[in-house]
Design a protein. Structure first.
Length: 382
């Protein structure tokens, strides 16, 4: 089965697991192509792929931004629909999960550019869109604080039920936000209804949401993000957020913040993870935190692992309940975009999808791989 990709499509952005939509015991995977369309003008697209147990592609479906949602035609020539993807829980109870799609260069209102938006796509069991909900400052009054150039939708993460109302909630990065300083970035916690409309929203930034850490100008918090589950055991899901352009020992070295949340979406406390805190950190060139993925308890020690991507070196870290690093992988495990698919049925290895959206004249590609992982203890530098 072939994919119809054009130069400049950038297929391979932000791959995400959808689970088994059609019940054939083969997983569905969503992959973004955010620059696809009109000779790569950048409206964007999302591909729904089905692979079998032998990692072969057996079905595919292409999705573009649903007609009638947002201004027509494009206002700025690029929207980057598909730049960020997140699989959501089954909001409408039909047995198939929903998909959140970010478009950080979308113009939600006249006179505003690149404030961004997110679409929640309600999928049927074939992976096709039944209906959709636009979440932006142009449609949701509770998101009116999203401003020109914020890039809302640069990253998305399904948090689970933060506020205890029985409906899963959504975190969205706005890495271009100038709240507190130029380009410091922010994260929005969206409390959703069953129809994916926003019941309440909370912004986390240098000045909002209880965050007490130091954010740098042009650090772009919210450029990388993943949900962690309940790391500290307080019953509320937690969140890892990257600021990959924050300076450290070198410019744009990057940092990751572990945010321990309250039920109202504010930050109870935060933990900072930077390359200079672990023994292999000198191998990281820049952009630590550009990609983050939670992979669960790989080595069976009762603690969860998080994979953090960077230029030059990418690692898996074991987190303690306070968010500190207690172990890291001995080898770099991926670069570019990566999606962990879980262990292979026979055990002894993990499956993951690796993508490169800039390869092959920026058509992009994805590949499925298997690897074994070794973790070693980490001790704080003194």
């Amino acid at each position: 089965i072939a994919l119809e990709l054009q130069p400049g499509d950038r297929f391979g952005a932000s791959p995400t697991r959808l689970g088994d939509l059609d019940g054939d015991r083969n997983p569905e995977i969503a992959v973004g192509a955010p620059a696809a369309g009109k000779m790569s003008a950048g409206e964007g697209a999302v591909w729904i792929l089905t692979v079998d147990a032998e990692d072969r592609l057996v079905a595919r479906n292409r999705i573009v931004r649903p007609a009638g949602l947002g201004p027509e035609p494009l206002q700025n020539g690029r929207e980057l629909f598909g730049y960020a993807l997140t699989s959501l829980s089954d909001l409408d109870g039909d047995g198939a999960g929903e998909l959140a799609v970010g478009a950080p260069w979308f113009d939600s209102r006249a006179g505003i550019t690149k404030d961004g938006g997110v679409w929640v796509l309600f999928l049927d069991r074939s992976g096709r869109v039944k209906h959709a909900r636009e979440l932006s400052a142009g449609t949701e009054p509770r998101l009116a604080g999203i401003l020109d150039g914020d890039g809302f939708g640069a990253q998305t993460a399904a948090l689970g039920d933060v506020d205890g109302d029985g409906i899963g909630d959504l975190a969205v990065g706005a890495h271009g936000s100038d709240d507190g300083g130029s380009g410091r970035g922010s994260v929005w916690i969206l409390f959703l209804r069953a129809d994916a409309s926003v019941r309440a929203a909370r912004e986390i930034s240098a000045t909002e949401g209880g965050f007490a850490g130091l954010l740098e100008d042009e650090g772009h918090l919210g450029h990388g993000m993943c949900a962690l589950g309940d790391v500290d055991g307080d019953g509320v899901p937690d969140l890892a957020v990257g600021a990959p352009f924050a300076d450290g020992e070198r410019p744009d070295l990057g940092v990751v913040w572990i945010l321990f949340l309250r039920r109202d979406g504010t930050v109870r406390w935060e933990q900072r993870i930077a390359p200079d805190q672990f023994s292999t950190g000198s191998l990281v060139k820049r952009k630590f935190g550009a990609r983050i993925d939670w992979i669960g308890d790989v080595n069976g020690d009762g603690r969860g692992e998080v994979a953090v991507g960077a230029e030059g070196d990418s690692r898996v870290f074991t987190l303690a309940r306070d968010g500190s690093v207690v172990a890291s992988s001995t080898e770099a495990i991926y670069g570019g975009g990566a999606l962990f698919l879980g262990p292979v049925p026979e055990g002894g290895a993990l499956r993951y999808l690796h993508s490169n959206c800039k390869a092959n004249e920026e058509r992009g590609w994805v590949g499925l791989h298997r690897f074994c992982l070794e973790l070693r203890p980490e001790y704080p530098r003194r």
